[in-house]
Design a protein around this ligand. Sequence first.
Ligand code: FES
Length: 141
Amino acid sequence: MENFEPEIVAFCCHYCAYTAADMAGSKRISYPSNVKIIRVPCTGKVDAIHLMKALEKGADGVYVAGCLEGDCHFKNGNLRAKARVERVQKTLEDLGWETERVAMLNMSAGMGEHFAKTAREFTEKIKTLGPNPVKTVNKAV
Ligand code: FES
């Protein structure tokens, strides 16, 4: 498992996490290239099916990064996203998967360092969990 490089999908809100990632880049604060960013206008646009689809397609971990609670530009999109993440975690639990493969993070646009830190931490966590079980099933078929 020591050579395992996880594939991670991060749904990032345009107004906060995406800008924070951009800031991290411009300040030359590195974060793992394992994290593939998908920019969304608000995390409220990320549905449970998007998270499940990413896992089904082989992502080892998925997270949604939205504005700080109370700061969503669309009022409560980040709270809707949080509820969806929790619903997906419950589904994963029912399937016997690790719930930590899916997470909700919150940050502001100015938190470039925090973006990089959480990307590193999430990547490390997924490394300890190992590959997405879907990959093992697909290999066996
Ligand atoms: Fe950022 Fe809604 S606008 S989470």
